[in-house]
Design a protein around this ligand. Structure first.
Ligand code: ADP
Ligand code: MG
Length: 762
């Protein structure tokens, strides 16, 4: 690892957090300025609502789309679907009553081509159109007036029209004279100016209080203040990217759409490069860490386990097992993600790795996100290991103690467990967060396996690994597959193993998406199916998005929507369609004892139906459960639904999953998501579909976790990400990097990012 000790890499691993004031270069100090100092407190408050806090944030706020400015637009070239700003003269305007009351104006361009502008008149209480509004519009759209109209061209009865365009009447004197501070006035003035400008107009994500026109104007005002670049020239050259100033001008004031695209590409590159530097940092850090190689001798616990496995390992399980074994044998810590959906057989892969470490004299822990899952892992380990898991004895000289450590152990049990862990008598430890607490001392921790990794923060992970004198190897398991492109981007420091094939004999869960708007009868049919299954001795889940009925929820269009709740649904089912069945309830607000008790009763077959929230999403294993009805299924993500349905059909009988949702629009995203789940059982493919359908999620979805450095990079940018990755490696080994203050700033930011928790989030 000669490269790991070269100068820039060394800086990388030494730097930790840094203050903005310590930035070395004027350009970075300028870009880091807080917006209140740049644009004033009032405007900054509006921009903060858009997540924009620094000058850098603002300048990298990219338009969603562009419209051609008025001067460039002749009506002759208009086609349906175009976004335009047109400058035109009003030829006529009148109120139309047929159908919805509306004002219809005919506008014409310089060559006499015409276009219809339609404004629907809002209704007052009682549904009567508000005449005052119509009259106001007629006054504005007086024949002969010139205006700017911005909107999307549509076709209505063979004529092109703009419906509710943003418009402003150009009465130059009036606009100029109106010194009003009202947002509307300022916005209209900005719009008039922009629409008459020579460049295309960016339409930005904005708010009602601070419309796109004001965003555009604010940005354009600031563009000239930026000189210089955040990347050194030699890196720009290697990356074949334009300068920052050129890119910013092309993004915010393009003359052609292609220019805008090239500019945005540069900004995306900046993000990709920043991330990949952070990843390179992580890899460098890991490469400089030491771990104990764990090479199991033949004839130990692992071989004994393999000899007693009740099934044949799949090809993938064997192959990934070999990869893991090879990494455990190295003197740098393994850092690997094991992806595979529920039931793909990750547990046995992990257990085999743990046994190998025990054979090599070390200890291995498995950390689960909940007590329930820890217990399940513990018992499935015990099932697989049998007598081998009860400690080393004369009869079982290869054995080890499989120890459970959770928060609910009695003081005595806990003391005994801690002692076994400290003495090394316990080779395999299974637990929850309790493992992170201070008094846990390991004898020789060699491997940490983390189940459901995205539920753990990086600090917890760090807390666990700190306990080892040398770094333990790390295997992170996730049942929510992350597409490789994302895994590489977000988890660029982890290598990835995938288990895509399910063990033989696994049956697919038949899934049906149902629109309760169009197929009402299916709701009662769903309850009937549950009765049928339970009559045949099987069990069912009913999943709701809410716990109690008073949880305020809004739908995608911000309309209030009352979601199916566990409490109401259970009450309804008990008193109605499932009155003769034993119905239990679980959700996250119950005391965990109560929840565990109900789960245990369901597992034992003492309940027929479990009405639940997504608490049952992970790991619950009741082979006798065959039906799942998901209510308001559109409230769940694709991967989540896929995960949920994995709870049924795990035994001898086929599973059925009904996804019910009040969906009206068969073209809409909500319905597409449900149809995707109905149509595919490949968790990896579904994860990809999830990302493809989520438009905003088109942007790598880490926004909520405060990753302000990731704004516009998309899944589709895999090539760019790859290019940035190669370049990051190359740059770090380039002698020019050592003296470059710009790169030093970048590396600082990368180190800060690498330390950030957001990198852990899926
Ligand atoms: P995961 O942890 O990925 O959800 P598990 O490891 O719990 O999946 O496996 C699910 C079930 O499949 C378990 O009962 C396990 O014993 C069984 N299993 C694992 N591997 C195989 C295999 N190769 N052939 C048959 N059954 C298997
Ligand atoms: Mg599992």
């Amino acid at each position: 690892m000669g490269a790991a000790s070269s100068f820039p890499r060394q800086i990388l691993s030494q730097r930790r957090t840094r203050l903005v004031g310590m930035l070395r270069t004027p350009i970075n100090r300028e870009l880091a300025r807080r917006l209140p100092d740049v644009v004033g407190a009032a405007t900054a408050r509006h921009l903060a609502k858009l997540g924009l806090h620094t000058l850098d944030d603002l300048l990298r706020h990219v338009p969603r789309r562009y419209v051609a400015s008025g001067q460039m637009t002749s009506f002759a070239g208009l086609t349906v679907g175009m976004d335009v700003a047109v400058i035109a003269r009003v030829r006529s305007a009148e109120v139309r009553q047929g159908g919805r009351a509306r004002v219809e104006a005919i506008i014409e361009d310089a060559d006499g081509h015409t276009l219809t502008v339609t404004l629907f008149v809002p209704s007052a209480k009682g549904g009567v159109p508000r005449r005052g509004v119509a009259e106001y519009w007629l006054r504005q759209l007086a024949p002969g007036a010139t205006g700017i109209f911005v909107g999307r061209v549509r076709r209505f009865r063979d004529r092109l029209q703009l419906t509710h365009p943003d418009y402003v009447i150009l009465d130059g004197a009036r606009i100029a004279a109106r010194k009003s501070d009202s947002v509307k006035a300022r916005s209209q003035a900005a719009m008039a100016r922009l629409a008459q400008g020579p460049t295309m107009i960016g339409m930005y994500p904005a708010t009602a209080q601070f419309p796109t026109w004001l965003v555009a104007e604010t940005i354009q005002m600031l563009l000239p203040t930026i000189t210089g670049d955040t990347l050194p020239g030699w890196i720009l050259e290697l990356a074949e990217q334009p300068s920052l100033t050129a890119a910013l001008h092309d993004v915010h004031e393009p003359r052609h759409l292609e220019h805008a695209e090239a500019g945005i590409e540069r900004l995306r590159f900046d993000e990709a490069f920043g991330i990949q530097l952070a990843m390179a940092h992580r890899r460098a850090t890991l490469a400089s860490e030491e771990a104990t190689p764990r090479v199991p001798p033949r004839g130990g616990l692992l071989d004994a386990l393999d000899a007693t496995l009740p099934f044949v390992l799949t090809q993938q399980q064997r192959r990934e097992g070999q990869t893991i074994a090879a990494e455990l044998a190295r003197s740098t810590p393994m850092h690997r993600l094991l992806q595979g959906e529920v039931g793909s057989g990750k547990t046995v892969v992990a257990l085999r790795a743990m046994c190998a470490v025990v054979d090599a004299g070390g200890q291995a822990v498995l950390v689960a996100p909940t007590e329930l899952l820890a217990k399940q892992h513990h018992s499935s380990f015990m099932r697989l290991l049998g007598e081998l898991g009860r400690g080393r004895t004369l009869d079982q000289p290869k054995g080890t103690h499989v120890t459970l450590l959770t928060g609910s152990l009695s003081a005595g049990e806990r003391r005994a467990a801690l002692e076994r862990i400290a003495t090394g008598e316990a080779g395999i430890i299974v637990g929850t967060h309790a493992l992170f607490s201070d008094p846990v001392e390991f004898f020789d921790l060699g491997l940490v396996v983390i189940d459901e990794q995205h539920r753990f923060g990086v600090e917890q992970r760090a807390a666990l690994t700190k306990k080892a004198a040398r770094k333990p190897h790390m295997l992170v398991m996730t049942a929510t597959p992350i597409p490789r492109s994302i895994a590489m981007t977000i988890f660029g420091d982890l290598s990835v193993s995938e288990l895509r094939q399910l063990p033989a004999g696994r049956k697919e869960v038949k899934t049906v998406a149902v629109s309760t708007m169009h197929q009402r009868q299916w709701v009662s049919r769903a309850w009937e199916r549950i009765r049928e299954e339970c009559a045949a001795g099987r069990q069912a889940f009913v999943v709701c998005p809410a716990i109690s009925p008073d949880e305020a929820q809004v739908d995608e269009a911000d309309q209030p929507r009352r979601l199916a709740s566990v409490e109401r649904t259970a009450a309804f089912l008990k008193n109605g369609p499932l009155a003769d069945l034993r119905v239990g309830v679980v959700h996250g607000r119950q005391p965990s004892a109560e929840r565990d008790e109900t789960m245990a009763a369901f597992t034992a077959g003492e309940l027929d139906v479990l009405v639940a929230t997504t608490v049952i999403e992970v790991g619950v294993d009741v082979p006798n459960a065959t039906v799942m009805v998901v209510l308001d299924a559109d409230r769940f993500g694709i991967s989540q639904l896929h995960q949920l349905r994995g709870r049924v059909g795990r035994g001898a009988h086929a599973g059925l999953c009904l996804l019910l949702a009040p969906i009206d629009d068969p073209e809409g995203k909500a319905w597409q998501r449900l149809k995707a789940v109905e149509g595919s059982h490949d968790g990896f493919a579904l994860a990809e579909a999830d990302l493809a359908i989520r438009k905003e999620g088109d942007v790598l979805g880490v926004g909520q976790s405060g990753a302000s450095s990731l704004r516009i990079l998309r899944i589709a940018d895999v090539d760019l990400i790859l290019q940035a990755k190669e370049l990051a490696e190359r740059v770090l080994d380039d002698p020019r990097a050592a003296e470059d203050p710009l790169l030093a700033d970048l590396l600082d930011k990368a180190a800060e990012m690498a330390a950030g928790e957001w990198l852990e989030k899926g």
